[in-house]
Design a protein around this ligand. Structure first.
Ligand code: A2P
Length: 290
């Protein structure tokens, strides 16, 4: 697997980045001090200040780091304000990538946040495009997250800027093959939760363990490498455990035969992106959700 992937902006995105959902500054500082150059966060994680503190504490120059955040669903109507707040919280003058629209799902502010039927996420994209054009010094690239093929097609029909990345959940229990193929034909795709998230049964799956033993690595290395071995795919393992942060950065080459053994392991839960399967979000009032 290559160490970085070229974006449609010409910039290089390091193949492995640190995911930070439910994480804090310590993991970011440790990762950056130990060779990571790519950190992914989101306004919704409510940890941008901690991530920013971790970057500062690491002493690694900002220009050596690829930093991504995401616009929160309730901020879709106010993308410029959302972006400014993220920059302020992260203590950075710019973002390498704002994976716009954490979900194609505008939501109301306050608790409980519900579907905001007065707003179309396509308008959010238009305001992100305007921001990107007006402030190339603040936004080096814009993208999306949790977009299905259907949502991407709707976006691309009118977009002036092709999203740089679609960040989606990908692992052997959620291979998302249609989205991955579509995104690879347009640009690149980033995999989140490559391990299958917390308490993942994938880490003890017999096929995964067998391949890990064969290569003398951990099951996590097999699962992360599975994504990193795909051309044009970047991957975001998350860990707050220093030893895992270190070991997760090791990418091994998997043969085509080995990769074929892994694509579909029907074991763990996954988050359901809109239109892929919106189960669980219907209660929030999204019209497309069953
Ligand atoms: P922790 O953060 O406590 O180390 P994903 O990246 O798929 O969302 O998975 C994140 C989950 O996997 C977290 O619970 C994280 O735990 C755990 N995890 C991360 N790296 C490893 C590893 N190398 N071995 C086992 N579990 C891991």
């Amino acid at each position: 697997a290559s160490k970085s992937v070229k974006l449609n902006t010409g910039a290089e995105m390091p193949t492995v980045g640190l995911g930070t959902w439910k994480s804090a500054s310590g993991a970011v500082e440790f990762a950056l001090k130990n060779g990571y150059t790519h950190v992914d966060t989101a306004a919704a994680y409510k940890n941008e200040k901690e991530v920013g503190a971790g970057i500062k504490a690491s002493g690694v120059p900002r220009e050596s780091i690829f930093l991504t955040t995401k616009l929160n669903n309730p901020d879709q109507k106010e993308a410029p304000e959302g972006l400014e707040l993220s920059l302020k919280n992260l203590g950075t003058p710019y973002l390498d990538l704002c994976a716009l629209m954490h979900w194609p799902a505008p939501m109301t502010k306050g608790e409980p946040a519900l579907a905001d039927k007065t707003h179309d996420w396509l308008d959010t994209w238009k305001s992100m495009e305007a921001l990107y054009k007006a402030h190339p010094d603040k936004l080096k690239a814009i993208g999306v997250s949790n977009f299905s093929v259907e949502s991407l097609e709707r976006l691309l029909a009118v977009a002036e800027v092709v999203p740089t990345v679609n960040q989606i959940e990908i692992h052997p229990s959620c291979p998302a093959e249609d989205v991955v193929a579509f995104c690879r034909s347009k640009g690149i795709v980033t995999a989140y939760s490559p391990l299958g998230s917390d308490n993942s049964p994938l880490l003890t799956n017999a096929v995964v363990v067998k391949l890990a033993e064969k290569h003398g690595v951990s099951p996590a290395n097999v699962l992360i490498s599975l994504q990193a071995n795909k051309e044009g795919v970047t991957v975001l393992p998350k860990s707050v455990t220093n030893s895992r942060v270190l070991s997760n950065a090791l990418i091994i080459d998997l043969s085509d035969e080995e990769i074929k053994e892994l694509p579909k392991i029907d074991e763990t839960h996954h988050f359901h992106a809109c239109h892929l399967d919106w189960t669980g979000w219907g209660g929030l009032g999204f019209p497309d959700c069953k």
